[in-house]
Design a protein around this ligand. Sequence first.
Ligand code: ZN
Ligand code: ZN
Length: 407
Amino acid sequence: MSCFRRIVGIVLAGLCIGIAAIAAGCAASSEPARTIVVNPYEGVDWSTVQHHRAALHVHTLQSDGHHRLEEVLAAYHKAGFTILSITDHDNMKPNRHVEGGRVPKEQASPFPDPKPADYPANTTWPWADFGGPAPQDLGMVGIEGNELSYRHHINSFFNGFGAPDREMDEDALLLEVKKRGGLAFLNHPGIDANWWTRQPVEWYVERFQKHGPDYLVGIEVTNCSVPTEKYDEGLWDQLLARFMPHRPIWGFGTDDMHTLNSVRESDAVFPLNRLSEANVRLAMETGRFYFRKSSRRDDFRQRRRPEELFPQIKAIRVDAKAGTITIDASNYDTIKWISAPESLEPQADYKTSNAPWPLGRVVHVGKTLNYRQTPGIGNYVRVELHRRDGEDLFRTFTNPFGFAAAQ
Ligand SMILES: [Zn+2]
Ligand SMILES: [Zn+2]
């Protein structure tokens, strides 16, 4: 570098620092200057998109679900879903509940004859092999998927992998998904069952350090299982506080459906101009979707339409010049802006408590956040829209926006 260039560089750097200081000084508080560097909704044309409902964690009689594939597909189709991945457990034989006498023999699910080479770890795919219609006949995008279930449950998509036994650890499983060109997320971290030992937050940190965002895209934040709720949300905030903005961890909502008559609805919604497998995949990689959770347990086949239940996002607008994010929405009571928790220390034992971590802190309530002037914002902010209906709470969650200190 020439001497002249170095001097210009120093002068420019000095100017930048000066401008940053002025910008910070202009803010109403002594908040550090921050710029938005992660906006998962960048490029979405909200005036033209359609909001596609996705079910990314669904079981059938091919593992421990109670219904045949075609019954499941018909129910989701009727409920307006256009994106669906059947994710049966890779460690279970089909018709478990037929054998257990909970589902009549006549309703047993067929499976291909001869059996797939990797039976019973095979995916429930293509649907036609298991008595279902082709996705395009339902106007749907169908995604080949599996719930890798020998260890920490991991949902695997866009590939046919299923583990043959419990020899492979989670890192080996994730690398296999990567090798096969798939995507994965970590399921219901706090599930209150004796299926696996809960892991400390450090375990998740290691996984997200080891595995890139090109195949390990996030974690399930809302699942129909109750005890996991505060656990999974708390864990997500703990991870975002550590990883944003350089390594976003997208949150997913699923209903983990096993029985249609007892579903606590949770889904993901993809705003897309064109419904295609490639566009769904890209949105899963870039966080360009939002997700929802109901606290009410319903018969999936008899319920009201989701737009009556959940807060509906109409548009998300970021104005980097003004330093604002605005959510246009309907059917909500409040819009909460949530940033990093006050502490990264656990507040209880993660093995026994269902709320072991402090939740992210609410830094603002209202439809517009001024992220330069609002105190208490850390390295990210995410949004929850709430609607109360009697005892029940219906929530819509955005993915996180990431901030960096202004240079
Ligand atoms: Zn599971
Ligand atoms: Zn499951």
